[in-house]
Structures are given as structure tokens and as C-alpha cells.
Design a protein around this ligand. Structure first.
Ligand code: SF4
Length: 209
């Protein structure tokens, strides 16, 4: 599969964002409204990386502004973290979706491994430019992109890992997984654990590792 080719002369996030807006590195751009690039301070100490934008993100052109993003915002507040100080992005930049019958909302469709690999040069360059002290993988797709397909969120979670780039990295669930939990008790427990994971990442960033 062809892949994204970030221009070498794009040495700022703004330049990278502009270049990604017209990327045709794989077929995903054809059905998405726009490329949803990461956002946040250019030298943020924490970077959060998810899988791909959803329906609302696709329309707004911003990452994590839909239901999962609103849950993430609440969890960050509970963890004592300020989203405005955090760089938030996705491994895959456009929304991959499938249609539903009866004009219902577009449904998220998981990107293939080939699509993740095609798109990840944008993320790699974001990571290189931001150089966060701490990286947090939100969910299995992001974790697999960093650590390979054998990684499991359940076993990697709760530990401080080192990414291949040498960045202190934590793996946790994607906030959409908490939204899908059934029952208030399960969802509350899921949220507590998610907040604890984010708090651990915040502590590591404050310590500088
Ligand atoms: S998914 Fe990534 S590589 Fe494919 S067209 Fe979109 S930005 Fe380019």
C-alpha cells in the first residue's frame, strides 16, 4: 500500500498540518471530510494518541471533540491534567466509516494494519517535533502502532514502558471503550481506572520521565 510522505522541509507542526491536509497517501482520504491532524502545544510534555477521528471530529476537523473526547476531557480533569497543556492526536488522520441504513450516523470502522502503516509517517513526525516526555496510547490500535501487534492493552496497562523511540509510554484503553461499557457500576469502575492511568502519566511527566 502507498504511504504518506511528510515533506522533509515541514519542520513545524503547522507546516506538517498543512501538508497532511492534502495527503492522498492511501484511499482513506476519499471518504473523509478532512484530515484531522493533532493539536496542542508544540512542546507539550504529554502526548495522547488514539486510533482515528470519529464522526464529530471528521466534521469539526479537530481530534477528540465527540463523545469519547468529552469523556476524555472529564477524565483529564479528574486526573488533575489540563488538556490545553497536552498534545492530542491519532495514529490515523481521517475518519474511516461505513454507512448505515436509514440515514443514521456514519459508523466507525477500524482501520486495517496497512492503513495504519500508511498513515503513521504523519504521527512519527509529530512525535519527533513535539518530543513529549510521556506518550499515552489510548487503545489497542495506538498501542500496536507503537509496540507491534503482539501488545495487549490488558497486560501493558498500568506499567511505565519505553517506546522504541525511548519515550516513557503508558498504555490504556480508548475512552470509547468506557462509553461502550454496560451499566453504571462498570462504567464508573472503568472511568476510575482510566483516570488512574492518566494520573500515572501526569506524574511521570512532572518527574520528567
Ligand atoms: S489515511 Fe493518512 S496516509 Fe491515508 S490519505 Fe489520509 S492522511 Fe494520507
Amino acid at each position: 500500500m502507498p504511504a504518506a510522505r511528510p515533506p522533509e522541509k515541514a519542520t513545524t507542526l503547522d507546516a506538517l498540518r498543512r501538508a497532511a491536509a492534502s495527503c492522498t497517501g492511501c484511499d482513506l482520504y476519499k471518504r473523509a471530510t478532512q484530515t484531522v491532524f493533532g493539536e496542542g502545544p508544540p512542546r507539550a510534555s504529554i502526548m495522547l494518541v488514539g486510533e482515528q477521528p470519529g464522526n464529530e471530529e471528521d466534521l469539526a476537523g479537530r481530534p477528540f471533540v465527540g463523545p469519547a473526547g468529552r469523556l476524555l476531557d472529564k477524565a483529564l480533569v479528574q486526573a488533575g491534567l489540563d488538556r490545553r497543556q497536552i498534545y492530542v492526536t491519532n495514529i490515523v488522520k481521517p475518519f474511516k466509516w461505513k454507512a448505515t441504513e436509514g440515514g443514521k450516523p456514519r459508523i466507525h470502522e477500524k482501520p486495517s494494519r496497512g492503513e495504519v502503516e500508511a498513515c503513521r509517517p504523519w504521527f512519527d513526525k509529530e512525535l519527533w517535533l513535539v518530543q513529549p516526555k510521556v506518550l499515552v496510547c489510548l487503545g489497542a490500535t495506538a498501542a500496536a502502532a507503537i509496540f507491534g501487534p503482539a501488545v495487549r492493552v490488558g497486560t501493558a496497562r498500568g506499567r511505565a514502558l519505553s517506546s522504541p523511540q525511548g519515550i516513557r509510554t503508558f498504555v490504556t484503553v480508548h475512552p470509547s471503550a468506557i462509553l461502550r461499557m454496560r451499566g453504571d457500576a462498570e462504567r464508573a469502575a472503568g472511568m476510575r481506572r482510566f483516570v488512574a492511568d492518566l494520573r500515572r502519566a501526569g506524574s511521570a511527566a512532572r518527574r520528567g520521565r
